[in-house]
Design a protein around this ligand. Structure first.
Ligand code: UFG
Length: 381
């Protein structure tokens, strides 16, 4: 069966966003709606809140009469094929941006079966139902974790993939392979693998942001919760790495920039920007469709190109919130690498996308969200 066309105006294009109530999902819905797209969200709310969807409506004006049907929400799990089938039947979906996944590295070691089942089997179910409805445009939420301990920094898309150290990372790597094989088996597929570095920050409105359940695993939400008084002290995992201050270096990227990277990827898939040139050994340049839509597998890093240490982040957050934050040096965390940051040339040349916001702005927006919503969505109206 042929694939749907993306070589048409945004206003005529409907995007299915799985995990659309989550941190990156909500921000991507905002950018899609602001660019004119219609959006259908599927989310099982296992790690998110429907209040986040109301906030997306408030930001984008899709709570107004006449605008509401530009955004539809379905509470469903991607493993529920019958529910997916109903959703694809109810909406004329053109492309999928697939965020829905479990994402806690440590938890994935404890619960490999749950992670492989949810992330891998869930994606297979999604692809199968999508294919039955002739939808083969697929943007996948991948991760810099697929590079493992990178051969070099900045990490280009040419950098070889390495074995992930945990089941979560394995699911990302495996799904990249699976989606590539879908294209190899059927050249109508149009797949983009977006390898995220470390998304942080929040929408400047302060209405949506990161709201992890329980004690945060990641640095930024932890720091933000210390700043707001929910947690006592930041633990810095290791100060003896070969980096400028001994603490781990990562490429933090503003979630709004990251979200815009997805919108750029859709334009690229529609043949509206770029040359379609492959980006690295994992990419495949297929024969474009007659309407100019691309076919193949695109691979792009989404980062800023700037590495910041744990202490750089703590100090940037101190500037944002206007107070000193207590921190304590702890042992290294198992599986962590010293340093990773992205080379961003491919995304700039092909997608016409570059990150706009620096670390101070990321921390300022994160603090705005956290101080306006100290308990996240839990107490939101
Ligand atoms: N860190 C601390 N204290 C904390 C939490 C983290 O010092 O309480 C440090 C880590 O050791 C690391 C840095 O802060 O040096 C960033 O850690 P995060 O947990 O925020 O992010 P990671 O880089 O470990 O992981 C992120 C994503 C993963 C993804 C990985 C691959 O969360 O989903 O990047 O690049 F797989």
């Amino acid at each position: 069966m042929a694939n749907k066309s993306l070589a048409k105006p945004h206003e005529e294009t409907c995007i299915l966003v799985t995990g659309g109530a989550g941190f990156i999902g909500t921000h991507t819905c905002v950018e899609l709606l602001e660019q004119g797209y219609r959006v259908v969200v599927v989310d099982d709310l296992s790690n998110s809140s429907e209040k986040a969807i109301d906030r997306v409506r408030a930001i984008t004006g899709t709570d107004a009469p006449g605008q509401r049907d530009r955004l539809t929400f379905h509470e469903a799990n991607i493993l529920d094929r019958a529910a997916l089938d109903r959703i694809f039947s109810a909406h004329d979906i053109d492309a999928i941006i697939h965020f829905a996944a479990f994402k806690a590295v440590g938890e994935s070691v404890e619960k490999p079966l749950e992670y492989y089942w949810n992330n891998v089997a869930g994606t297979l179910a999604l692809c199968d139902v999508a294919r039955a409805h002739g939808v083969k445009n697929f943007v996948f939420s991948s991760s810099a974790t697929v590079y493992g301990e990178p051969d070099f920094v900045p990490i280009t898309e040419e950098c070889p993939k390495h074995e992930a150290t945990n089941p979560y990372g394995q699911t990302k790597s495996m799904l990249e392979r699976i989606l590539t094989d879908l294209y190899i088996g059927d050249n109508e597929w149009n797949v983009v693998l977006l390898r995220y570095f470390n998304p942080i920050g929040a929408h400047p409105s302060g209405l949506i942001g990161e709201d992890p359940k329980g004690i945060p695993n990641n640095l930024l939400p932890y720091v933000a919760q210390v700043a707001v008084g929910r947690l006592a002290c930041v633990g810095v995992f290791g100060d003896d790495y070969p980096t400028h201050d001994g603490t781990g270096v990562r490429d933090y990227i503003h979630v709004v920039d990251l979200a815009r990277g997805h919108v750029a990827a859709l334009d690229w898939m529609g043949g509206k920007v770029g040359t379609g040139a492959p980006s690295g050994p994992d990419a495949i340049q297929g024969q474009p469709a007659e309407d100019g839509s691309r076919r193949g597998v695109g691979v792009f890093n989404l980062g800023t190109g700037t590495g910041s240490s744990v202490l750089d982040v703590v100090h940037a957050f101190e500037r944002a919130c206007g107070k000193q934050l207590p921190y304590e040096i702890k042992p290294r965390r198992a599986g962590d690498i010293a340093e990773n940051y992205a080379a961003c040339e491919k995304a700039r040349e092909e997608l016409g996308w570059t990150a706009q916001y620096d670390l101070d702005r990321m921390c300022a927006d994160s603090w705005h969200w956290q101080s306006m919503n100290p308990e996240g969505y839990a107490t939101a109206q």
